[in-house]
Structure formats: C-alpha cells, structure tokens
Design a protein around this ligand. Structure first.
Ligand SMILES: Cc1cc2nc3c(=O)[nH]c(=O)nc-3n(C[C@H](O)[C@H](O)[C@H](O)COP(=O)(O)OP(=O)(O)OC[C@H]3O[C@@H](n4cnc5c(N)ncnc54)[C@H](O)[C@@H]3O)c2cc1C
Length: 194
C-alpha cells in the first residue's frame, strides 16, 4: 500500500488525510502542536476553564463546503449559527447583517431618509445569490478549472461582485450603511488569503 505523509493537522491537512485514507492510502499526519485543528482550534489558554478560538471563529463556508459535506462534518459538528451574521460598528454608519436578508433590508431602511432605500440596493445585489446559495457553493468551492455547472449563478456572482465594488467606491455617500457592510466583507476576503 502506498504511504502518504501529511504535515500539519489543520483543517486542510486533516481533510487531505481523510481523502487520501478513503482512497485506500496509508496516511500518517504529523503535527507540531499537542492538539489538532491548527488555526481553527478552540482550546483553554493558561489553565482557564473557558475555551478560546485561537484563530478562526466564524465558519459560514464550512456549511457549504463540498469537501466537508462529503466528510459529513455537518452531521458530526454542532455549528452555532447566530441570527446576526456580522456588523459594521466603526463609525456612524453602524449596520448589521442578519442571517435573514429581509430583516437586513428592513434594518438598512430604518431611519433612512434617502431617496432610494439602501435595503433595496443591498437586496438587489445579494438576493439573487441568497436564492441560489447551494449552486453558488457548488460553483465556487469546487475546482474552478472546469465548465461551470451553473453558469447563470456564476454570472449573478459576477454582477453582485462588480455591483458591490461599484456600491462601495462610487455610491458610498448615498448608501453609507449598505456600503459599510460590503466593505467589511471585502476586507475579510483579503484577510482570508493570509
Ligand atoms: C486570527 C485568525 C482568524 C481567522 N478567522 C477565520 C474565520 O473566522 N473564519 C474562517 O473561515 N477562517 C478564519 N481564519 C483562517 C483559517 O483559520 C485558516 O484558513 C485555516 O486554519 C487554514 O487551515 P490549514 O490546515 O491550511 O492551516 P492551519 O490551520 O494553519 O494548520 C497548519 C497546521 O500545521 C502545523 N504545522 C506547520 N508546520 C509544521 C511542521 N513542520 N511539522 C508539523 N506540523 C506543522 C501547525 O502547527 C498547524 O497545526 C483565521 C485565521 C487566523 C490566523
């Protein structure tokens, strides 16, 4: 039997090890830390009874990941899904993105005396993606070097991405809260490529 060495027991090393083991290979995972999980670990620090996320804390893509679905991670791990997904709290443009898009739209429009509702702009960008979230996950989280299974969804993603950039850069004065929410997401994409 062929032998495989995986260096690092973070999420990627563990997923790679599982895939290789399922393919019938003899897998050994090497980990420098005393616990597995890498930057996704939740562990006690300094003897505390409380546990801390030493790296990642929010895992929306884990719920969509085809690799995790294949490994039945959702059935084995209890994911806590808060009603509020994220917020922008840095200045007077404080805004919240609820898990429910309609609730976010309502919140963005509350107290707004702008001529065109920010909520409608936000929903116009993200609504088509929310409706096709499973197709979107399948398209973006599988190898990209293939004919897309859902070209319409990919096009909607392109429109939302370009529209989001336009909203942030050109229209942020008119739609400050919606632009702030999108800016936070965009910044995290850059951070995620560490
Ligand atoms: C502060 C922070 C916050 C984050 N927040 C989020 C978030 O909220 N949501 C999200 O989705 N992602 C987040 N991330 C990103 C996410 O944690 C990483 O994308 C993910 O952990 C990468 O997994 P990995 O297996 O590639 O690497 P890692 O998780 O880094 O695991 C690598 C493992 O390899 C081990 N290792 C390295 N070299 C050796 C060696 N020579 N020998 C033996 N073992 C070795 C390390 O000890 C480690 O356990 C965050 C990351 C950080 C640092």
């Amino acid at each position: 039997m062929s032998r495989v060495a995986v260096v690092g027991a973070g999420p990627n090393g563990l997923a790679a090890g599982c895939v290789a083991a399922r393919a019938g290979l003899d897998v050994t995972v090497y980990e420098a830390n005393t616990t597995i999980g890498g930057a996704a670990r939740t562990i006690p620090l300094d003897g505390s009874e409380a546990v801390f996320d030493v790296g990642s804390a929010v895992h929306p893509m884990a719920l969509l990941s085809p690799a995790f679905a294949d490994l039945k991670v959702r059935e084995r791990v209890d994911f806590l899904v808060p009603q509020m997904s994220y917020a922008h709290v840095l200045d007077q443009r404080t805004a919240y993105a609820w898990q429910d898009l309609d609730r976010t739209v309502e919140h963005l429009d509350s107290g707004s005396n702008l001529p065109l509702g920010q909520g409608a702009v936000f929903a116009g960008l993200l609504g088509p993606l929310v409706q096709r979230i499973n197709q979107l996950g399948d398209t973006l989280l599988n190898p990209l070097l293939r004919l897309p299974a859902h070209p319409g969804t990919l096009a909607a993603f392109g429109v939302a991405t370009l529209g989001g950039m336009g909203l942030q850069q050109a229209l942020s004065r008119r739609y400050p809260k919606a632009a702030a929410l999108l800016a936070g997401c965009a910044a995290h994409v850059a951070g995620g490529s560490r």
